[in-house]
Ligand binder design. Structure first.
Ligand SMILES: *Cc1c(COP(=O)(O)O)cnc(C)c1O
Length: 466
């Protein structure tokens, strides 16, 4: 699609709407010289060239990609008006759109229609709100999360002055259920945080099983599905690219107390779009406050009354709303086929790595995040660590045909479970990690694989890993 054509259409439409309100004299202080802008813009665009090519399938590093052009169109149109979704008065249309997209997200998770939720600046704020509600309900009890949960949970627990209990994970990075039950038995825990799509290895905690345990012990369950939440779309389909266990655990999201999910990760949105959903709408009572400044036109619940953040971009809601009109939350069209292609990309590359001499898998991918390492001459943790870091650097700096990966630090003992020959001469080991969150990766991974193989072969002879 030609973005320039659509952008000019929307700018014209908004200018037309503005003109319908009558002419007025713009203040001279607002004027800028075209020449000055031209110079500054050229500098700006030049500086932006310093970015990594997030849009390109050769970028397979972090959770980063540009928004869908439809989201850009939706965002820019509303941004020209700049509604504030803090209160319905701040922008009635985007306020209404926020309610609709939150309902769509709730339906995707199979939450009840009465679920309460709103958009947030991101996953961090969404998780903070979930933990804050958890504290309102269980002020004297701890929060438990796994060692591989996002670091935000430890930080936000500290902020909320909640006791935090870190639970061990199994060899693949999922919460250990026996450790969870032992912790629940102490009676100290009020809320368990599970992760659907861990930031490091992209695994889904055993949500269905953990949920049953938590219910037995009268404990709340919050799921940090910031990354993996959208895969719930596929989990409810009859046949999907998800493994059976993964699908079962993602279906269990429907019965959890709260879920954080980031449309700015797998929902095709620009940054500044997270979401928090609560199964039980009565938690809205904790947010209640009286504002002398706002809320004067409507009796309906204002979004500002169920959010900790005040000003929020109406454009974020508008962009997501427009996106979902043409790319709906469905398994067989819209977002579903995009996510399915990402899953196939990870599996396709995993199969190539399994057949390769130069690279080895850390584990099979569960979603679209792949972890692997280059094989050094002697299989010690320090050699794997050094060669991973070197390959990461060299692949990125290749003048022609670079490959962008990321690096992940793991416990070396965990890696030895799969590769008993590994000599653990240091506690931690860096490996490579690829987030394959663009559907174009499906066709491109053979090329990425080939490039890395060539680079590993080139690195081996002149590197020594004592
Ligand atoms: C990205 C992420 C977060 C943090 O969310 P932001 O949108 O970056 O604030 C939290 N948890 C998980 C699992 C994530 O992947």
């Amino acid at each position: 699609m030609d973005l320039t054509v659509w952008l000019s259409q929307l700018v014209t439409a908004i200018r037309h709407w503005e003109a319908s309100w009558g002419a007025y004299m713009p203040h001279p202080a607002m004027r800028v010289e075209a020449e000055a802008l031209q110079t500054a813009l050229e500098q700006y665009l030049e500086r932006l060239r310093g970015n990594y090519p997030f849009f390109h399938p050769r970028y397979a590093g972090q959770m980063l990609k540009p928004p869908h052009p439809v989201a850009v169109i939706g965002y820019l149109a509303a941004q020209l008006i700049n509604p504030n979704n803090h209160a319905l008065d701040g922008g009635p249309p985007t306020g209404q759109m926020e309610k609709e997209v939150v309902q769509a997200l709730a339906a995707m998770l199979h939450f009840p229609e009465t679920a309460l939720g709103h958009l947030t600046g991101g996953g961090t704020m969404a998780n903070l709100e979930a933990l804050w509600v958890a504290r309102c309900l269980h002020p004297d009890r701890a929060v438990a999360f796994s060692q591989e949960a996002h670091y935000t949970h430890a930080r936000m627990s500290a902020l909320l002055q909640l006791e935090a209990i870190e639970l061990p994970v199994d060899a693949e990075g999922r919460m250990d259920l026996e450790a969870l039950e032992a912790a629940l038995r102490t009676g100290r825990i009020g809320t368990v945080v599970l992760t659907a799509g861990t930031t490091g290895r992209g695994v889904v905690d055993p949500i269905a099983d953990a949920l049953r345990l938590c219910q037995d012990y009268g404990c709340r369950v919050h799921v940090d599905a910031a990354y993996g939440g959208f895969f719930a779309l596929l989990a409810h389909a009859q046949a999907s690219e998800l493994g059976e266990a993964t699908a079962r655990h993602l279906r269990a999201l429907a019965a959890c107390d709260s879920v954080a999910i980031d449309p700015h990760k797998h929902g095709l949105q620009p940054y500044g779009c997270g979401a928090i959903l609560f199964r039980d709408p009565s938690v809205g009572r904790f947010y209640q406050h009286d504002s002398p400044y706002t809320y004067f036109t409507s009796e309906a619940l204002h979004l500002g009354e169920i959010s900790l953040e005040c000003s929020r971009p109406g454009a974020a809601a508008g962009a997501l709303w427009l996106t979902l009109q043409v790319l709906p939350l469905a398994a067989d069209r819209g977002l579903g086929p995009i996510l399915a292609a990402c899953l196939r990309a990870a599996r396709r590359w995993a199969a190539l790595i399994e057949a390769s001499e130069e690279l080895r898998l850390v584990q099979l991918p569960e979603l679209d995040i792949l972890t692997f390492y280059p094989v050094p001459p002697s299989l010690t943790a320090s050699a794997v660590d050094a060669l991973s870091q070197r390959l990461f650097q060299v692949a990125m700096e290749e003048p022609e045909d670079p490959v962008f990966l990321s690096v992940l630090r793991l416990q070396a003992e965990g890696l030895r479970v799969r590769y008993p020959a590994l000599v653990v001469d240091r506690p931690q080991v860096r490996v490579l990690r690829s987030v394959l969150m663009k559907p174009e990766h499906e066709d491109y991974v053979p090329h990425l694989h080939e490039r890395l193989q060539v680079l590993v072969r080139r690195l081996q002879p002149r590197t020594s890993y004592a």
